[in-house]
Ligand binder design. Structure first.
Ligand code: RUQ
Ligand code: CUA
Length: 862
């Protein structure tokens, strides 16, 4: 049973006395509630959303980052932000726009040759199979500069940006067809598709709306631009769209808000757009058959080629019964297709109603060619009443809709009223409403735009956050609110300030549908997801010169960059291909060169390139920008830029010299240290081998990494020995030091592997022992006690045998009562510490005793 449901099933008194309070004396919780002014409702909300350290979320949410041009990833129910994925905007941490591989992705988004360094990202969408989310790829559109991006969810990296060849502004993307055949992108503000100048007086003749059907190649994970095409639409300012599913699969729907075709003119004394564009009582819902449009587009007779791109004209769509209009209340906003595809719910925006259209009724009218008329462009209009299932008065400013798992239940956002309304679109009645803070735009239930929405959580994306958070200046964060929708009343549980862009919309997915990589295969170009032609392995590092072009093949591994000195001439063009030789998870390096405005992120296995012109003479340190290891600061080198036309005076190397005796002592010391360190490594290796580490993949990969490091020692050691035998102790000390570096790295990963293996091999913990371990950690007992080792407190292994269960129980409950016993006195003297009273409950203490039994049973492992 999920915790949330459990909480729901119990009366609050019982929960507070037995459930939440288990860990703390109830008086302590009472005191905190009083001191912080928390109500029982607050405590429940916290219990529903709080994730203890190490616990993972059930859902991942992908939010558009608005004008930041990024995607924000956070978890539900904890609302913890996990990542900003760089999409349309350069982002230095990920090297995005600062390394050559990612610049190529951004280049796909150039418009008329101009680089776009930002985007107004709007609507994210997952790939789908039979209308269910697959979690393979995410798409997001850029409203400002009509483009579409593909993010691979194996890497959480943007791998493609395509730029729309015909439309100038868009809003109705990204919407994915139920088997990811196409990603739809509909225009917003009408403009000439040929991108030429046409006076506004020619609006009706020369300006057009359009919807682009981007063909997605699921195997390649890329949009195929040549197989993509566009359907021409009237200049009605199309708004949001949605693809049909189930019974409406093959069709798609787009709202509009300027069927008046008004073009403003405040400066000429004319009424503004806002008046002119909302003059009529009705606008048009566009209904089109994307499958038929895609078919039609294959025949050159059916298309106009504009800017090298196929466009199916309105007449062709109409002649083939693929495009229709239905009146809808004026200036609506969202159109959302129900999970079964039977109903379309349209938010009125300027109308207090939501309108529910019945697709089966629409289809009947289409099949019978039962038209109510035609618009100026010859598109058949279907009768509104005959298409409607019904309308419901919801409140002021209905915008978007999200669906529940329960049949007929859905949620609509009210922008002006700042509310979420739960209602039934089949029975057409309102069920519940809740206030949000404030001015909500989109909302989303978990997997809410799929055929299988979940009924547990709802996110409200509030545009305003006045009075919700600490003020941080006139530009306020926005507010994503988490609402528990599992019960009969909606409950607000969490406010997440979003500190980036206007995050328009989110999509969410069960976390277990995602299987991201943790490392790359060695030598991978993460943006093409193929082996990089510049991959460099250990021993292949080199600098090549061709005229004024200098190409460096470099590697990075804890904790050095090879090469550590690069010398070029002023005026050279320098390309540095960097390869991470790391295989261990989370061992990321970064790369920056002083004042060259380049930065790369090197996750394990990645190959990436930075490029710059060495225009000034000078010395330019380069270094690793991630705190990757204890020797991270030492992970650096020098780029030396010389003027080839200058003579530089020779210099005498200075520096204090050690006496031969000092040098001899230093050499002996490092050799001894290495012997001692190696002995430790050998005990760990013995342990790992004896226990058969190969059988445990997680341990195996750590051991492989550790042995990799260890395997580098013989070569370095022989250099040390060669130097020593030549009498060059200075070099010998340096090489021995490098031996030690490799040993430290080996031991670091080796010890982690050992701890992990011990855990794999240990007998399974009883439930009580598991609770005991948690209590032990929560109480901070591990601050003084290390299992299997004497630390700042005694090793607990065997203490049950030494002192008996009852004694350990009593001592944990009340340490002071035993401070006068000779045994305890001795311990206090030895460790110079008294065991503090952690105020464990009797239950917790019993559990800890069970945990200690488990430790004793597995004593040989620690
Ligand atoms: S739209 S707030 Cu830009 Cu998705 Cu309705
Ligand atoms: Cu590599 Cu810091």
């Amino acid at each position: 049973m999920r915790v949330k449901n459990l909480l729901k099933a119990l009366p609050i008194g019982i929960i507070l006395s037995s459930f939440c309070f288990a860990a703390y004396a109830s008086s302590e919780l009472d005191a905190i509630m009083k001191a912080r002014g928390l109500s029982e409702k607050d405590i429940l909300a916290a219990a529903k959303t709080y994730q203890p350290s190490g616990r993972k979320d059930e859902y991942l949410v992908f939010s558009s980052g608005g004008q930041s041009g990024q995607v924000i990833v956070y978890g539900v129910p904890s609302m913890r932000i996990y990542k900003y994925i760089a999409v349309f905007t350069p982002e230095p941490w990920q090297g995005y726009g600062y390394d050559e591989e990612s610049k190529k992705v951004l280049e796909g988004g150039k418009i008329n040759g101009r680089a776009m360094t930002w985007g107004d990202s709007h609507h994210p969408a997952f790939t789908e199979k039979n209308g269910e989310y697959t979690g393979d790829y995410l798409f997001i559109n850029d409203k400002a500069n009509p483009r579409l991006a593909v993010i691979d969810l194996k890497t959480f990296e943007t791998v493609q940006i395509v730029s729309n060849p015909v439309i100038k502004s868009e809003h109705g993307g990204a919407f994915v067809t139920p088997n990811s055949e196409y990603v739809l992108e509909a225009s917003q503000y009408a403009a000439p598709l040929d991108r030429n100048y046409h006076p506004l007086e020619a609006f009706e003749n020369a300006y057009r709306g359009a919807v682009t059907l981007w063909k997605f190649d699921l195997d390649k994970g890329r949009i195929n631009e040549t197989e993509s095409l566009t359907l021409e639409l009237p200049p009605y300012n199309q708004d949001l769209s949605d693809a049909g599913k189930g019974v409406s699969d093959g069709w798609a729907f787009i709202n509009s808000f300027n069927t008046e075709m008004y073009t403003g003119g405040i400066e000429a004394g004319l009424p503004p757009n806002e008046a002119g564009m909302s003059r009529n009582d009705h606008d048009y819902l566009h209904v089109f058959n994307w499958k038929k449009i895609a078919e039609l587009g294959k025949d050159p007779k059916n298309v106009k080629v504009i800017n090298g791109h196929r466009v199916v004209p309105i007449e062709v769509a109409v002649a083939n019964d693929a495009l229709f209009l239905i009146p809808e209340p004026k200036s609506p906003h969202g159109v959302d297709v129900s999970p079964d595809g039977k109903y379309l719910v349209i938010g009125g925006k300027l109308d207090t109603h939501a309108s529910v259209y019945d697709f089966e009724k629409i289809k009947k009218l289409i099949d019978a060619k039962d038209y109510a008329g035609k618009d100026t462009f010859g598109i058949p209009i279907l009768d509104m009443k005959k298409s409607l299932h019904g309308q419901v008065e919801l409140g002021l400013g209905p915008l978007h809709t999200a669906f529940d798992s329960k049949d007929g239940v859905l949620y609509t956002s009210l922008y002006v009223d700042s509310q979420v309304v739960r209602w039934d679109y089949k029975k057409l009645k309102v069920l519940d409403r809740i206030n949000v803070h404030y001015n909500i735009g989109h909302l989303d239930s978990m997997e809410g735009k799929s055929t299988k929405p979940k009924g547990d959580w709802l996110l409200a994306l509030d545009k305003l956050s006045i009075d919700r958070f600490n003020p941080v200046g006139p530009l306020h964060p926005q507010n994503h609110q988490l609402i528990d929708i599992s019960g009969p009343k909606m409950e607000l549980t969490y406010d997440l300030p979003i500190p980036l862009g206007e995050p328009h919309d989110v999509v969410s997915i069960a976390a277990d549908k995602l299987t991201p990589k943790v490392t790359f295969d060695i030598g991978t170009d993460s943006r093409t997801e193929k082996p990089s032609p510049y991959a460099t392995l250990a021993g292949q590092e080199r600098v090549e010169r061709d005229g004024n072009n200098v190409t460096v093949y470099a590697t990075m591994v804890r904790s050095h960059i090879n090469p550590e000195r690069i010398t070029v001439n002023k005026g050279d063009h320098v390309k540095i291909h960097l390869s991470s030789l790391e295989r261990a998870q989370d061992e990321t390096h970064g790369f920056a060169v002083d004042s060259m405005n380049v930065h790369a992120s090197l996750e394990p296995g990645k190959t990436v390139t930075v490029e710059f012109d060495a225009t000034e003479e000078g010395v330019f340190p380069y270094y690793c920008t991630e705190f990757c290891s204890a020797l991270h600061l030492e992970m650096m080198g020098y780029l030396m830029v010389k003027d080839p036309n200058k003579q530089y005076a020779a210099v005498d190397a200075k520096g204090t010299k050690l006496t031969p005796e000092q040098l001899q002592a230093q050499y002996k010391k490092i050799v001894d240290t290495n012997k001692a360190t190696d002995a430790v490594i050998q005990t760990v290796v013995k342990y790992l081998k004896e226990k058969g580490y190969e059988k445990y993949p997680a341990v195996n990969s750590m051991v492989t990494d550790a042995l990799d490091q260890y395997g580098k020692i013989p070569e370095v050691k022989s250099k040390a020995d060669a130097a020593a035998s030549k009498g060059d102790l200075d070099q010998a000390v340096l090489w021995e030091n490098q031996v030690w570096q490799y040993m430290v790295k080996t031991a670091d990963v080796g010890l982690r592997a050992k701890a992990r293996l011990a855990r794999e091999l240990a007998t399974p913990m009883s439930e009580a022992a598991g609770r005991g371990e948690k209590a032990y950690l929560r109480g901070g007992c591990n601050g003084c006690h290390v299992i299997g080792q004497v630390s700042s407190g005694p090793d607990l292994t065997g203490s049950l045998k030494r002192k008996g269960e009852q004694w350990v129980y009593e001592f944990t409950m009340d340490p002071e009562s035993k401070f006068n016993e000779p045994y305890t006195k001795g311990m206090i003297h030895y460790f110079n510490l008294r065991m503090p009273n952690q105020h464990m409950t009797s239950e917790e203490t019993k559990d800890i005793v069970e945990y200690m039994k488990w430790i004793d049973n597995n004593a040989d492992l620690f």
